[in-house]
Ligand binder design. Sequence first.
Ligand code: MN
Length: 404
Amino acid sequence: MRLAETLWLALSCGSALVNACGGHGQVRKWSQEELDALEEKWGTDWAFSGISTFAHLKHVKCLTTPSELYDIAIIGAPFDTAVSYRPGARFGPRAIRAASARQTSFRGFNPRAGMNPYQNWAKILDCGDIPVVPIDNAVALTQMTTAFRELGARAPVSPLLSKPKLITLGGDHSLALPALRALKEIYGPVRVLHFDAHLDTWHPAKYPSHWASEQTRFNHGSMFWLAGQEGLLLANTTTDPTKSKSSVHAGLRTRLSGDDYADYSDDAAQGWVRIAADEVDDVGTSGVVELIMDTLGTADPVYLSVDIDVLDPAFAPGTGTPEPGGWTTRELIRVLRGIEGLNLVGADVVEVAPAYQGNGEETALAAAQVVYEMLSSMVKRGMGEMGRTGAAGAKSGESGRDEL
Ligand SMILES: [Mn+2]
């Protein structure tokens, strides 16, 4: 070795940089103080900086990281080949993540709930997307069912939960079927609270075609009919008359098949209560909340499914089957805030198809806010079980911040 090289090595590797001489099996050990200083210096993201995850949450591809535990997982299901009209919801998860950018843990306090879901007892992760196959719906259904089973059966971090909760970013609405299959295995049959312009309890034959097949039965308008057939919904499995109407639609304004109310009769026979979009004008958002809570109660497990087309196309144009005459974003959020007492065991927001809206991101912004309200309700219920309340309702003056 020439003198100059020897000198250089001695100077660099013999100095404070000694452990940075990588490539020879030496890895510098960073002290916690140094790491804290780096975090202090570079660790804060602006709303518009950083890689896009939901609300800047830590991203882990949970399906390939079975050792990673969480209390609530955000999981994308970018699938849209079971739709009956406009495709495009496969781009929903990334649009919702982008629209959630102004949600951060340091400015995440929810004044109505009196707590910050991102600084509380729950470990919340963005688990990435299920890589759903777009060219074979039978495989896609198997993939989604398998993924929800694996993610939903994992041990939670908090002793408050028996299992973690999943919030799915759709994707078209058919993903509710695999989600309910996974929930059945953990909780038994569940109730559903379904916000939508449409019934989605249609018998597959209501999509008439000479070319109908076994596979065409699985679509984004029939998944709740299929769920009932598979015994995933409480009403179809109980003889208790108080639970014969176990699930609720809210925000309906769909046209019906044929020349009568047969679709409604079919729906009622499957155990659903219907709240039309127009009813908000008569009873207000608080009346809608009352109707929902009277049916669902606070004890039974509930799956909350929000089709963004429950909103009027003026507020959410970026969706596959828009129907005029829907709720405003404010009305939907107000109703969601009123139902925080439900025992939510899983949720989704679906049918966000960003290609059909302009640059304003209205649809995805609404969906991101819906997820924030879902998270707030799930975390707040856990606080209640710990004997804590949110800051707004606290009698002892304790804050809603994480002290665990
Ligand atoms: Mn739907």
